[in-house]
Design a protein around this ligand. Structure first.
Ligand code: UDP
Ligand code: MG
Length: 324
């Protein structure tokens, strides 16, 4: 019998975890596969870990992983997925924005032979117009700029087969733009559509600042287009400057030079200065990422662990190392 593990990253989700677990268990109970759940506490400051421990004590199919501090959702997901020894894993948010009721559909597509089955939102309830607009703009930019096309309106909610998990496990880069990594590994991928609900309780951890960071992360880890853009803008300005220079020389020859042109001088200096700083900034973004990558630090540390007790013997070796 095949086995399915549900990985749930949770950061300060004490308010919703109980409700989430109930809804999830109702769904898992209806599946023919052996199922277990792995909660990853991403260094929460509230009672999240206490609740996970209680759930693990009460429910034999429930395991928990506590990271040593808040490493961010991508690292928490990686930590969880590294532990999975099942034939497939489902990744789902703890805040009930991803409906657990969709899991049987994901599983059905997996049984048809797909390796990655992602859930795509056909509606975004409870999100502001600005958020919808910026999200759409981001996906469009990503599509244009990189070779890896990230499916639109798709979060981390998805199912992955064993070989997709093994492939993902080999990508140990620190710049973990998960949506991009999921797409990058390839294999047979397909979508299942659903309506995204508003958060049940608690608050989103993604303010616009963090979302902007994520967008920069996504673009810089999957595309060098900004570097090329800097080259192109630089060349275009150089060309314009050359044409303008010619004009200045010709005019000076024809009409003589009576020291004027302070405004144009100022404009050119400021404009070129601005462009140079911008290009430096773009290079800096890539350089900084290169620096972070070159340190090769582990992606996370595990502080505590509850292993799900009710599991069939593992058919695949358990992964514990975050280092390789
Ligand atoms: N999350 C996490 N670590 C973080 C931030 C978020 O593990 O540093 C988890 C969070 O508990 C939730 C999921 O990632 O289960 C999605 O987070 P959130 O709901 O804040 O994001 P949104 O749904 O607004 O994109
Ligand atoms: Mg959410």
């Amino acid at each position: 019998m095949s086995k399915l593990t549900v990985v749930v990253p949770a950061y300060n989700e004490a308010a919703v975890l109980e409700a989430f677990h109930q809804r999830l268990c109702a769904v898992l109970g209806s599946l023919p596969q052996t199922c277990d759940v792995l909660y990853v506490d991403d260094g929460s400051h509230d009672a999240t870990w206490t609740i996970i421990s209680q759930l693990a004590a009460r429910d034999a199919r429930c395991g928990g992983l506590k990271l040593s501090r808040n490493f961010g959702k991508e690292a928490a997901l990686t930590a969880g997925l590294d532990q999975v020894d099942a034939d497939a894993a489902v990744v789902i948010d703890a805040d009930l924005q991803d409906p657990p009721e969709l899991i049987p559909q994901l599983v059905a597509r997996w049984q048809e032979g797909y390796d990655v089955v992602y859930a795509t939102r056909s509606a975004r309830a409870g999100e502001s117009r600005l958020k919808k607009f910026t999200a759409a703009a981001f996906y469009r930019t990503m599509e244009k700029m990189s070779d890896t096309s990230v499916p639109r309106d798709t979060g981390d909610f998805r199912l992955m087969s064993r070989r997709a998990l093994d492939a993902l496990h080999q990508l140990r880069e620190r710049q973990r733009f998960m949506k991009g990594l999921f797409a990058w590994i390839g294999y047979r991928q397909t979508a299942v559509y659903y309506q995204r609900d508003p958060r049940l309780a608690g608050q989103t951890k993604w303010n616009y600042w963090r979302l902007t960071q994520l967008a920069i992360e996504g673009i810089t880890s999957f595309s060098t287009a900004p570097l090329k853009l800097a080259t192109w803008v630089g060349s275009a300005t150089a060309l314009l400057a050359f044409v303008y220079g010619l004009e200045v020389i010709v005019k000076a020859l024809l009409y003589g030079n009576n020291v004027r042109g302070y405004p144009s001088l100022m404009v050119v200096i400021l404009f070129l200065g601005g462009i140079q700083l911008l290009a430096l900034g773009v290079i800096g973004e890539y350089l900084g990422r290169n620096y972070a990558e070159s340190k090769r630090r582990p992606l996370y540390f595990i502080e505590e662990k509850h292993v799900a007790r009710d599991t069939t013997p593992a058919s695949h070796p358990l992964r514990t190392s975050a280092l390789d």
